[in-house]
Design a protein around this ligand. Structure first.
Ligand code: C2E
Ligand code: CA
Ligand code: CA
Length: 371
């Protein structure tokens, strides 16, 4: 029997390590000085374009078409917060892609990366996504799923990825990300085909290292462009760990990811890694309250903290998901403070694609009985 070696790293790389591993640079545009700053926070990974560029100097080394496209994207006739996505062709050959979005009329940021040179090795891992339902508190219906990675050990048992976190191979980590994106989008497409009216979403977990990989961003774009499901149905859960060492690079990567076409959700909110600066800087559509918060013993103090966070999220137009709900004791309170979704063993455990499809089928029947 051949034993497949699980070689996945779900622990996070620091931003700078990730930049080195991925041939990616951060870019920041300042409209006042008309400067495009392109930098790697570690070793020089795309040396040909690093530095502070005046737009006119940069366009000199680009081919004519991409020079014009870059100018139009950075200095549009009417500034908006639209995404910025430009293919940069160099006069002497080679292409890069610049992806990001405007933070204000005066600034924009994102990532620039080499395209079409996926270095992710075909590592053999028996990876199988499982799906945990995310339930709408309003009416108990299934709003979507979180896709969670499992691998099959040599005995044939499914294991969580946390069992593998001591192994440190960033390329294998990217393989995990690509497999999970693939699995989740296939599941999403099939569910949308079968149960279109449920308007489901699926949330995939990506690490900071994943975000700094051009091939992961490219894959996300092409999945979204395939239009197999509505554009907001594929979502990515991020933890602040990814911006731990280099906050600006983390924000630029999150902005670029969003520009590639997925909605972002801030995971593990309220645990050690989340901060208000992250909340203020990331264009996310929702937060997930960490079990550390939702499982705190009931007290007036805990209630104030939870309702304060919920108010803050709502004032930013973000949805709130309470995670780690193991019993129904707190559900009334969570509904009262404006939580939109709940996720936890009290409702459903992570399950295979087939089991999740059956689960959806029974929900659909219930709906039809009601109408
Ligand atoms: P996470 O993103 O916070 O995922 C939620 C974890 O909570 C999952 O564990 C889920 O099974 C578990 N959970 C759900 N409901 C309950 C509950 O009511 N009580 C308790 N005690 N736990 C509950 P899992 O699948 O073992 O994943 C653990 C962590 O591993 C995840 O935390 C995430 O950080 C990481 N992970 C899982 N899948 C992926 C993946 O595809 N990519 C990456 N990068 N990380 C992943
Ligand atoms: Ca998660
Ligand atoms: Ca979480």
């Amino acid at each position: 029997m051949t034993t497949r070696t699980p070689d996945i790293d779900t622990s996070d790389l620091s931003s700078s390590d990730a930049l080195e591993a991925a041939r990616v640079c951060v870019w920041v545009w300042d409209a006042d000085t008309r400067t495009l700053s392109i930098r790697a926070s570690g070793a020089s990974v795309l040396p040909e374009i690093e530095g502070d560029w005046q737009l006119k100097d940069l366009t000199k080394i680009l081919d004519g078409l991409s020079g014009t496209a870059l100018c139009n994207a950075l200095e549009p006739d009417s500034p908006s917060d639209d995404e910025i996505s430009v293919e940069l062709g160099f006069a002497k050959g080679g292409t890069l892609r610049l992806l990001g979005a405007r933070g204000s009329p005066k600034t924009a940021r994102g990532l620039v990366f080499a395209t079409g040179n996926s270095a992710v090795p075909a590592i053999e891992i028996d990876l199988e996504p499982v799906y945990q339902p995310i339930i709408r508190l309003r009416d108990g219906s299934i709003a979507g799923f979180e896709a969670l990675a499992r691998w099959r050990d040599p005995e044939g048992n499914l294991q969580p990825v946390s069992e593998l976190s001591h192994l440190g191979n960033p390329l294998a980590g990217a393989r995990l990300a690509l497999n999970m994106l693939e699995g989740a989008s296939t599941a999403l497409a099939r569910w949308h085909e079968k149960y279109e009216s449920l308007n489901l979403f699926v949330q995939v977990n990506l690490t900071g290292a994943d975000l700094f990989r051009g091939d992961v961003l490219e894959r996300v774009s092409s999945i979204v462009q395939s239009e197999l499901f509505p554009s907001n149905a594929l979502r990515v859960e991020l933890t602040e760990q990814m911006a731990f060492r280099d906050f600006d690079a983390g924000v630029a990567a999150a902005v670029a990811l969003q520009a590639s076409g997925v909605a972002l959700v801030l995971d593990d909110f309220g645990s050690g890694y989340s901060s208000l600066a992250w909340l203020a800087s990331i264009p996310a559509i929702g937060i997930k309250l960490d079990p550390q918060l939702t499982q705190l013993p009931v007290s007036p103090r805990t209630d104030s903290v939870l309702s304060g966070i919920a108010r803050l999220a709502r004032s930013l137009g973000m949805t709130i998901t309470a995670e780690g709900i193991e019993d129904f004791d707190r559900v009334q309170f969570l509904r009262g403070i404006g939580c939109d979704y709940v996720q936890g063993f009290a409702y459903a455990r992570p399950m295979s694609f087939d089991a999740a499809t059956k689960f959806l089928g029974s929900q659909k029947q219930l709906e039809e009985l009601k109408t």
